[in-house]
Ligand binder design. Structure first.
Ligand SMILES: [Zn+2]
Ligand SMILES: [Zn+2]
Length: 336
């Protein structure tokens, strides 16, 4: 099969003759329809973050597709969504409903070959059926760029309608933190240094927008209701995590969704006096997908404007270049 492979030298190259995966017991083969291009992939390609499977490895963890051979509960031709991690179902986190931090999680495009390829094999128990009303191209956006924000807003931050929320970073994931938070009735302030992204955030439910390169954030908050109840950091930079923390008021919560391995400096006095909380959020739980699919099917979550460009496998490096330039929200790869 044709696949885009991350080589030892950190390049993505097209291999026309990569072995087509052979499903083993309890696995099914899926013909990939679409796979989202994500910042996580760039960490492996550009930033020296090692993949668990040593290169050559196929990246891609935001996939939808069509089942390419009967399984137990899925039949050939079924339209499916693949979650970005496969879980063991047995560890203490899986057993307590926190499968997204499973001890033995397997991530396609990291621990095993992913979906920037014509085919991928997956554990059948992890596969999610896609409603007919949702296109497979939209499906791949749901896999990570919608499910991660959903978990952050609903399960982790547990935002309540009377609260005020600020979202730092309105890229492919952050924009969906904005729209899912707005959906739950809270007042959302979108914060980004790109005015086009702020405009889209407004269209998707942000009540207020602020560009900290143009407006002093502290002054802005002072004039717009004061400190917030919840801040989401969806960039992954120490300075924006620190800035996000500073926007919190009493009982404020900082939810870190962006990835960085750099240290942050935070004065803990407010955490104690104001009973503030700082916590992380990663991925989502399998149980979240039915609710997410329903929101997309009912057009409560709008995905029309989120897919930027569609590329063939051969042009995958162009898709990555655009992501590097931060010029697009979500490019997707159509391997067919
Ligand atoms: Zn991703
Ligand atoms: Zn587990």
């Amino acid at each position: 099969m044709k696949a885009a492979v991350l080589t030892e030298s950190g390049k993505i190259v097209i291999d026309e003759n990569y072995p087509t995966p052979r499903p083993e017991e309890n696995e099914i083969l899926v013909k990939v329809a679409a796979c989202g291009v994500c910042h996580t992939d760039l960490h492996y390609i550009d930033h020296g973050v090692p993949t668990f499977k040593k290169p050559p490895v196929i990246l891609g963890h935001e996939a939808s597709g069509v089942v390419a051979g009967d399984g137990n509960s899925f039949k050939e031709g079924d339209r499916v969504l693949l979650p970005p991690v496969f879980t063991c179902g047995k560890c203490k986190f899986c057993l307590s409903g926190r499968e997204n931090i499973c001890r033995n999680m397997v991530m396609p495009g990291n621990s095993i070959d992913g979906a920037f390829a014509q085919y991928i094999k997956v554990p059948e128990k992890d596969v999610i059926a896609m409603p007919d009303e949702i296109s497979l191209e939209e499906g791949c956006i749901i896999a990570d760029a919608v499910s991660t924000p959903y978990h952050a807003v609903v399960n982790r931050a547990k935002v309540r309608p009377e609260e005020r929320v600020i979202v730092f970073g309105c890229g492919g994931v952050g924009i969906n933190v904005v729209q899912i938070a707005a959906l739950s009735g809270v007042q959302v302030i979108a914060c980004d240094i790109n005015n086009d992204k702020l405009q889209l955030a407004k269209e998707l439910g942000a009540a207020l927008t602020v560009n900290p390169n143009e407006t002093n954030l502290k002054e802005f908050l002072k004039q717009n209701g004061g400190p917030v109840d919840v801040a989401f950091e969806v960039i992954g930079k120490p300075e924006t995590i620190e800035a996000a923390f500073k926007t919190l008021g009493k009982a404020g919560r900082l939810c870190v969704v962006g990835y960085t391995n750099q240290n942050i400096t935070i004065n803990p006095a407010k955490i104690m006096f104001y009973e503030q909380e700082i916590f992380g959020s990663i991925g989502c739980r399998p149980d979240d997908f039915p609710g997410i699919l329903e929101l997309v099917r009912d057009k409560k979550i709008n995905l029309d404007k989120l897919i930027a460009n569609k590329y063939k496998l051969d042009d995958i490096n162009l898709a990555f270049d655009e992501l590097r330039a931060s010029s697009v929200l979500r490019n997707i790869i159509i391997p067919a």
